[in-house]
Ligand binder design. Structure first.
Ligand code: F6P
Length: 343
């Protein structure tokens, strides 16, 4: 069998581990594996691919990013784009396609599967917002980065008696903020799922000062809506899937200025940005990316098109790609309330 593999959307630590798992399983079974460069862009305009053999699939487990390159190219934005993808798959005689990505990449995969393409998915997104699955490649590594950053920022917060505002990614859900904040001992976590007003932030900071804590660490998710902050629609640029580039709203810096003005406490902002997607994958991401990658190969061998591995109750199982992208998984109230215990 000749199979192709691609990674689409934002890069994330663990992608190479998944590519390695699919590829090495394929080679063991005597299949031919081809890497498609730069996400869906590699299946447009004639195609852009490279043959993957044992040397390309060795020594990549610990590497961040994706050896195949990625992009936010959306074939559905182009007239006849999906047909073009199907034609290129046919022309290059790909008998199966493994698409590793988040809701954008996987929604294209779901559409291709609807049209009869031999495609399986793999869950990846540092945002952790895919439904049905408890695991997405890159999320654990991102939470690790936030946790370490909070540990470091505590030093300055305590020494200078400051408020430190830490802006983290996560798009429209607060998973990275909430779990990073929980692990790093944040004194307040602001996420899109549970809106809080500036008055409530100020009141909380005052309460902490009165209780003897003369510093605070506030984690704010890039996707929060709050008075005084630019609305999501005012952020300007959008990507090919129509997502606003939330980093441009500068919610961390704006919130820091508002807090300083309202409380008089010296306040600084830190934007963790793409640092959260960089570097080596955590051990957890290496292990689970390997497990879902290996399982994606099993789906290919079984001809289970339109399906993908997901993690539920600590085990790998399978689900329809269309179900995984049907809705966004949001932070549940009980987890949010657990973090509040430590404010
Ligand atoms: O979806 C992953 C993510 O890192 C989001 O958390 C963030 O909003 C977005 O990608 C940033 O996209 P880009 O890398 O295109 O700036």
């Amino acid at each position: 069998m000749k199979l192709g593999i691609l990674t689409g959307g934002g890069d994330a630590p663990g992608l190479n581990a998944a590519i390695r798992a699919v590829g090495r399983r394929a080679l063991l079974n005597g299949d031919t594996i081809v890497g498609i460069r730069n996400g869906w862009a590699g299946l447009l305009d004639g195609g852009d691919m490279l043959r993957l053999k044992r040397p390309q699939l060795s020594g990549i487990l610990q590497l961040g990013g994706t050896m195949l390159g990625s992009s936010r190219t959306n074939p559905m934005k182009r007239e006849g784009g999906l047909d073009e993808v199907l034609t290129i798959i046919r022309e290059h005689e790909l008998e199966a396609l493994v698409a590793i990505g988040g809701d954008d990449t996987l929604s294209v995969a779901a559409k291709l599967a609807e049209r009869g393409a031999a495609v399986v998915g793999v869950p990846k997104t540092m945002d952790n917002d895919l439904s049905v699955t408890e695991y997405c490649i890159g999320f654990d590594s991102a939470v690790g980065v936030v946790t370490e950053a909070l540990d470091r920022l505590h030093t300055t917060a305590v020494s200078h008696h400051r408020v430190m505002v830490v802006e983290v990614m996560g798009r429209d859900t607060g998973w990275v903020a909430l779990l990073g904040g929980l692990a790093g001992g944040a004194d307040m976590i602001l996420i899109p799922e549970f809106p809080v007003s500036v008055d409530e932030v100020v009141a909380h900071l005052d309460t902490r000062r009165r209780a003897g804590s003369d510093f605070s660490i506030i984690v704010v998710s890039e996707g929060v809506e709050m008075e005084g902050l630019a609305g999501k629609d005012d952020a300007g640029a959008t990507d090919a899937f129509g997502h606003v580039q939330l980093g441009r709203r500068a919610v961390g810096e704006t919130l820091a200025r508002v807090i300083e003005d309202r409380t008089g406490h010296e306040t600084r902002a830190t934007v963790l940005g793409h640092v959260q997607r960089g570097g080596s994958p955590s051990a957890y991401d290496r292990i689970w990316a390997t497990r879902v990658g290996a399982s994606a190969y099993d789906l290919v061998r079984d001809g289970s098109w339109g399906m993908m591995p997901v993690v539920q109750c600590g085990a790998v199982t399978t689900a329809r790609i269309a179900d995984v992208v049907a809705e966004q998984r949001r932070v549940p109230r009980d987890l949010y309330e657990l973090a509040q215990v430590f404010y």
